[in-house]
Every structure is written in C-alpha cells, then in structure tokens.
Design a protein around this ligand. Structure first.
Ligand code: FAD
Length: 380
C-alpha cells in the first residue's frame, strides 16, 4: 500500500485524518483552498446534541440506533478518547463528563446547549448554575442584556451582568481578533486584571465568571489561569458569533503541530482525482492515495448548480440532487470504484448541523480509518 497520502481539506475532518495517518507512519500532504468551518465554531465537539424532535439529548448513548450504524458504542468512545489525546498533543486540553453524558455550555445567544467535548477555555457545567458575565462596550458580537435573559430562561437561574467601558486604545474597527491580540500583550492583561477587579465588586464570589471569547489567541489558558488565581473564582469564556476564536485557536495549533511533525501543508484547489493523484488548478499533481475532507456546500467541497445538480469540486463529477437540503450531507460519498476516499460526509442519515457536526466528522473518519487498517492487515 502507498506510503504517500494526500488529504484535501484542512477542516476538522482533514486535520483529524492527517493526524491518524501521521501516527501510523505515513507521509502526509494536506492541500486546501481555505480554512473550512473552524473559524465558524467555538471549538466544542458535539456528539449527539438534540434528537429528531429537537429535544436536548442528555446521553448520546440513548441514541445508539442512530449512532452505531458503522461503529460499536465502544469504538465511538475510544474514538473520542483518541481525538481528545490528539487535541491535548497540540496543546488544547478539553473537558468531558465522566459518565459520557453531554455537558451543558451556553451558545453565543446564552442558551444552554448539550456539548460532548468542550475545550478547557470554554464554560461548561453538568447542572446549570448561577453565573456572572462581564463584557465591554465595543464587543458588538455580544448583546449582554439578551444573553443574560436567555441564560436565565434556559437555566432557571440568575446571570449577573456587568457592562464595562472599552480600554483607551480601543477603536471601532476592533474585531474579536483585535481584542484577543490586545489581551495577549502584557499591557492588555494588566488592563483586564484591573478592570475585572472593579467590575466584580458586589457580585457573588461563588459564581463562575464568564467573559466573551476574546481572551487571547496564543496565551488563552495562561491568561484564564492567572485571572482565576487573582480573582479567586473560576474564569471561563463564552462563545461569540463568527469569526469564533475557539475554532481559530484549534486550527492554528493543529496546523503548526502537523508541520513540525513533517506534514506538508499546501494551498491549492483540487479539480480532478486520477490514479496519478490530485490535480490542482495551477497544474501541480500531488501523488498519493487521496482522502477528500472537502466539507459540504459551506466548505467548498460541493457546488450546487441551477439545474438541481451538485458538483464535487475536487473531482469535477456532477450528480443529480433531489433538491431537499436534508439530502446534501449524503451526496458525494465515494463509491467502491472511486479512486479516492471521503470523510466528513454523513454516515447514515445523520444531520451534522443538527445532531453534532463533530460526531459526523468522527464517525466518518473512524469508518474510513478502520477500512484502511483492515486493508493493511489483509495485505500482510
Ligand atoms: C456556523 C457553524 C457552526 C458550527 N458549530 C459547531 C460546533 O460548535 N460543534 C460541532 O461539533 N460542529 C459544529 N459545526 C459543524 C461542523 O463544523 C461541521 O460538521 C464540520 O466542521 C465539517 O468539517 P469538515 O472538515 O468535514 O469540512 P470543512 O470544515 O468545511 O472543511 C472543508 C475543507 O476543504 C477545503 N476544500 C473544499 N473543496 C476543496 C477543493 N476543491 N480543493 C481544495 N480544498 C478544498 C476547504 O478549503 C476546507 O479547508 C458548525 C458548522 C457551522 C457551519
């Protein structure tokens, strides 16, 4: 079997596939024309969050019939462990419930939502608790008033809010990235510490302190730990709308790690797959066995045409589409005769947007990975 692999796409499916190949000793090239979905999400990995009637799911295990189409529940659990270890290896520590239940973590609008794996920087709880939230004028992505109202409604508990003036060097051009860059500096950190001491006067010291997800890009964990020690309470972040720094942090650390381990990371657009490898728009051909982790319409892997057909952008193949958006995740799964594999697309009728995007990623990557390993052991 070829030692060379080409992974097309650097969203969660692509980077997870690349890590598994790397660990097994293959030579890996990752090529992509964009960031994919990472900058859109806060970094929580959802397993099975809501059921078909949109009711919150407490135990993904209760939905084995949907989950275990290709994998046993034990394979699922060990898959999540592997993913968490990979994340820890790139410097992202995560939290899970010891009983393999979903945790609760607020969305960007303040609604507590079931999440399976949550980065340590993000607030999550097993049972709802009262919280204190501090934000600053100029963080346009967080409407603190409606956030706290929704938190109170979904948790039945109090959310104390403190709205603070922006720092002196703030400008209306600041996005979440500017805020995070400021807090990564010593000056920014000193300002933050001083401001929070004032903001917390009169608040309940038992409550966790929640801050918008702008507490640094590179030094987030150190900053949150320092704040926690100095203020004597748990300090965590809550997600904002895109660009979401949680996903950006994960992607940046993961890419750097892979490159340090010898993975080739290229920018380019795949337009054809042949037995020779992957053809790019600029004429380059990348030799190796290919796995497409190109995402759906949003990631650029599928292009919806006016005539109810869908084109797989990386292969050029066009297929008929029913017109039902629910069918989109099922399209462009590789056939037995295909000279490429596909990950990230739906395993069974699992709607990743609804039930868990990361669950869809993990399920499809594990299914592919088990078949690769089976092939290797048959060849021996
Ligand atoms: C707004 C939003 C928020 C979400 N939040 C969460 C969340 O909180 N938790 C969760 O579990 N899931 C979440 N999801 C779902 C989850 O992000 C997706 O299911 C998952 O990210 C899909 O990842 P992927 O790696 O398969 O594809 P993508 O992340 O879309 O990556 C596709 C990659 O392929 C590349 N590519 C595509 N076509 C080509 C081509 N022809 N040539 C070269 N490169 C190509 C792109 O440049 C990109 O790098 C969210 C999704 C969205 C849209």
């Amino acid at each position: 079997m070829s030692r060379e692999w080409v992974v097309v796409g650097k969203g969660p499916s692509g980077l997870l596939s690349a890590s598994l190949l790397l660990d097994a000793g293959y030579n890996v090239t990752v090529v992509s024309h964009g960031q994919g979905s990472f900058p859109l999400w806060s970094g929580t990995l959802d397993f099975y969050s809501v059921d078909h009637k949109l009711r919150p799911v407490t135990h993904p295990e209760d939905h084995r019939d949907v989950l275990s189409r290709y994998l046993s529940y034990d394979q699922w659990l060990s898959g999540w462990d592997t993913w968490r270890q990979i994340l820890a290896g790139i410097g992202v520590e995560t939290q899970v419930d010891v009983m393999a239940a979903n945790l609760l973590s607020p969305t960007a609008t303040g609604v507590l939502y079931p999440r399976y794996v949550v980065p340590n920087w993000q607030y999550a709880c097993r049972i709802p608790e009262p919280v204190t939230v501090v934000s600053w004028h100029g963080i346009a992505d967080l409407d603190l008033e409606s956030w706290t109202a929704r938190y109170q409604l979904s948790s039945g508990l109090e959310a104390q809010a403190r709205y603070r003036p922006a720092p002196g060097n703030w400008s209306p051009r600041w996005t979440a990235l500017h805020w995070a860059g400021f807090f990564d500096t010593e000056v920014g950190m000193d300002w933050l510490m001083h401001d929070l001491e004032q903001a917390l006067v009169g608040t309940d010291a038992q409550n966790p302190l929640l801050l918008p997800q702008v507490i640094g890009i590179r030094h987030t964990e150190q900053l949150l730990n320092r704040l926690s020690l100095a203020l004597g309470r748990k300090v965590k972040e809550i997600p904002l709308v895109a660009p979401a720094l949680g996903g950006i942090r994960i992607q940046e650390r993961w890419q750097k790690f892979l490159v340090r381990q010898g993975v080739r990371l290229l920018t380019g657009e795949a337009i054809r797959i042949s037995n020779d490898g992957v053809w790019l728009t600029d004429g380059r051909v990348l030799a190796g066995r290919t796995v497409l982790a190109t995402g759906g319409v949003l990631g650029g892997g599928l292009r919806v045409n006016w005539d109810h057909t869908v084109t797989n952008t990386a292969t050029g193949e066009t297929i008929l589409w029913s017109g039902d958006p629910e069918d989109l995740p099922l399209l462009s799964i590789a056939r037995d005769s295909s000279n490429y594999d596909v990950v990230g697309r739906s395993s069974g009728r699992w709607n990743g947007d609804l039930h868990g995007g990361a669950g869809q990623v993990l399920g499809s990557v594990l299914k592919w990975w088990h078949s690769v390993q089976q092939e290797v052991s048959l060849a021996k």
